[in-house]
Design a protein around this ligand. Structure first.
Ligand SMILES: [Zn+2]
Length: 136
């Protein structure tokens, strides 16, 4: 067996599990949005919810409450009553991520929402922290 050092190093690297490549921080998902008349549409709403690993209905409930408006989900898009800028959505999406996705202890996004009796918790799969969250 005559592997040279570089070859051994290369093989060692290949055997490292992909833990290091797991996302550390969640980036704000891209928002595809249009305003027509008095209606604002987010065309990739489902995709955004998937990127955040959250139920689209939960995200929608949060947004409509924060924006004090009504909305209708239609396949992958959502139509809101009223004119809203992309910045408004970005700001609210960031707030949603801070409150319902990012672990407040380790700041990673690998979390899930768990319900115990009438309380909601954000359970972190990275550090194991369990933080109470405000129900919607
Ligand atoms: Zn954590």
């Amino acid at each position: 067996m005559a592997y040279d050092y570089e070859e051994l190093l290369r093989r060692a690297r290949l055997q490292i599990p992909e833990v290091a490549s797991k996302r550390e921080r969640l980036e704000l998902p891209r928002i595809i949005h249009s305003v027509i008349g008095i209606r604002t549409t987010i065309h990739n709403f489902k995709e955004i919810a998937e990127a955040l690993n959250r139920d689209p209905r939960h995200l929608l409930k949060f947004l409509t409450r924060e924006m004090a408006t009504a909305a209708a989900m239609q396949e992958s898009r959502v139509m809101f009553k009223g004119k809203f800028s992309r910045e408004t959505f970005q700001r609210l999406l960031q707030r949603y991520m801070d409150q319902y996705v990012t672990c407040p202890v380790c700041k990673r996004p690998d979390t899930k929402i768990a319900r115990e009796k009438r309380l909601l918790f954000l359970v972190c799969e990275a550090c194991g922290a369990k933080s109470s969250i405000r129900p919607l």
